[in-house]
Every structure is written in structure tokens, then in C-alpha cells.
Design a protein around this ligand. Sequence first.
Ligand SMILES: *Cc1c(COP(=O)(O)O)cnc(C)c1O
Length: 428
Amino acid sequence: MTELHSPAHAAALDAADPLPTLRAEFLIPRHADEEQAYFVGNSLGLQPRGARAHVEEVLDKWAMEAVEGHFTGQAQWMPYHELVREPLARLVGALPSEVIAMNSLTANLHLMMVSFYRPTRERPAILIEAGSFPSDRYAVASQIAFHGFDPDTDLIEIEPDEPGGLISMASIERAIAEYGPRLALVLWPGVQYRSGQAFDLDAIVRLAHAQGAVCGFDLAHGVGNLELGLHDSGVDFAVWCHYKYLNSGPGAVAGCFVHDRHARSELPRFAGWWGHEATTRFRMGPQFVPTPGAEGWQLSNPPILGLAPLRASLDLFDRVGMRALREKSLRLTGYLETLIRARLADTLDIVTPADPGQRGCQLSLRVIGGRGLSGRAAGRDLFDYLARNGVLGDWREPDVIRISPAPLYNTHGDVSRFVAAVEGWRAA
Ligand SMILES: *Cc1c(COP(=O)(O)O)cnc(C)c1O
């Protein structure tokens, strides 16, 4: 019998996998004279080989056509965002009119809250998870203060009730019921960035709406990772970035979903000319008339150079389909979990839920000990050792190593290298 984590066993799993890897479509950073085992797609996804051609196309068009590039030839800039609209809608389970690629994640979160966080004296509160991503907490607290309310009382954070910082559905249900009449907005992550816990989005929307609250999602770690059905979930809005699992480059243009029932919303919004009704935008009139759907929240003409890599990325998601990709992700992360439990149980504690339905590809790991170290010191030591050996995870304070096998380009072979490297650290 081959060892579970042996390179031969991993190679056999890769060869037999129903979804052959698209690794060759990516540029994999090198370490010494081999490719890195890169598990940081949850932070910055790798560059699709196709990205360069799309970027160069824009540069060439700019060089040769300048302003005419907006209106002439292939991939015109005026309707350029339409090139990503349908693939993006497929990716998140939305109507094409419900999605838009624009701005950055935190900027989109603010724009969405301008319209969908409408606090009143009776109902001023926003509910989020304790330990949320700092930018989200800053955004939410500043919106509460902007409306003249007090984040100390009106920002409600649900504390984890399970080991490892996990939050049970029962606890979410209790909190939404308890604070219900005061809740203006429930803002929840698709996948929690530190613990890797994935949530039942449909259930959270139902609970929030039943209390009369608006519901929004931050899908920074959910998009390109989970199979999403945003339209059917009924969520009011969602925001995400494209540089993590969407592999569209550092600071890539972000994404935004506005449910169809708000397509012609008359709620206040911060307006810009690109959100104006497209057919009459260039009459340059003084009155803002929003274009229906998510596009109506655009402010500016989009950064075409920023959108170009997203096209290459979405081509790959479209080629595979999110369902098949998620199934591969379950196999890869399942293999990682199996190996950790079989071979590293004395070294690593898995924080992320064991139920595959409650996680995406990421496993968050706490280092129990090794090499005479324990806790955070052991964690930092292992993390540095891995990096020196070409195995890249990332570190989240105070003591979590995140390892995210991205199913587009990570392989069972990468997972086996991770396990062998941890064993090497433990033995050294
Ligand atoms: C990555 C991430 C961000 C980053 O915000 P930017 O506006 O893209 O810089 C925000 N929130 C969450 C939950 C994230 O995971």
C-alpha cells in the first residue's frame, strides 16, 4: 500500500481526478528550482496565463486608437463591463442585471449601505460576526456613526459559541430573534476569513427578513469558492473582491450584487454619471436617472485595465463550471483534512468545521506544538519553515495558519508536499 501522503499516491489521485487540473493555465511562482505549493489563493490568487493578452489588448488599443477605443473594434471600452457581466452572473447565481464589476470591496460595501442601511430610532442596529474582517467592521461602525447613531450600542457582534471561533446556526438564529426589532441590517460573510467557516446563506436571509431587517453578504471568501445562488437566496445585496479566488490581480476591480427586486429602487444612493441610464447618459443632463439594476450604482467609467484580467479569470470558471469546481475542492480539502488527521494530529488542530458543507477550500490550522515550542511561537516557526521550503500558506493573528487548496490550480501533489513539509519541521 502506498503511503497516504506519498507523492506517488497524490500523483495517482491527481491522474484519476474527474476534473483534470487547470494548473497549466496559471503562472506558478517558483521556489529554488521547483514550483511553489501555493495555498494563498484566499489572499491573492495566481495569475491566469490569459490575463496578459487581455491587458496587452487594452494597452495596444489605447496606443493605436486612443479615445476611439471606446467605440471601435474588438472589446470596445464603452460596453467593456458587459464582457464580464454574464460569466459573473453565472458564477454567483444571479441575473446578469443583478451584478456589476466596479470599485473595490469596501467602497462597494459603503455604497450598498448608503442605499440599504436606513436606520431609524427604533431600528438602528447592524448585526455582524465578532472578529469580522477589520475593513468591514470599520465600514459598518462608520456608517452607524455617520447616521448619528452609536456603534457601541448599535453595532451588534455575535460571539463565537463553538471551539475555534465558530458560530453555530442556532446562535445566529437566537441573536436575530433577540435583537430582531432593532435590526436594520444583517451583514454576514459567506466564508469567515479567519476560521474558514461557511454559512447557510439562504437560512440567514430568511431569518433576517422575517425580522424586517435588510440582509447583505460579504463574499470576499465565498466567491469562486462556494456554489452561490444569490438570486434565489433573496439576499438584498452582496459585495466581493476579485483578487482572491477570482485570480484577477492585486487590487482588482471588485464585484457587487443588487437583487432584482431593488432594480428600480428609489432608496437614496450616492450617484455618479456611470450609473445614469445608459442611453441618455451622454446628453449630460443635470438630473440623475438611474439605469435599472446593479449598474445603476456605478459611479465612474470603469478602469478598463483593471477589468481586463477578470475576463481571463472568468473564462476559466466558465470552462469548468462552479459545480464541478466545488466538487474538486471538496476532494482536495478532504484529502488535506484526512492527511492532517492521520499524520499530524499531534501537531495541527483544525479550526475550520469538519462538515464539508460548512467550509470552502480553506482549512484554518492551529499549531499545537512541535520542536519544543507551543502555541503562537510554534505556529510562527512552522509558518516560516514552510515558506523556506516552498510551501506558502498565510498567517492570521493571533495564531492561525490558513491553507487553501484552490481547485483551479492546486493539486493533491501540493497537499502531499504540505504534509511532508510539516513532518519535516516536526522531525528537525
Ligand atoms: C479581503 C477582504 C476585504 C478587503 O477589502 P478591500 O476593500 O478589497 O481592500 C474586506 N473584507 C473581507 C471580509 C475580506 O476578506
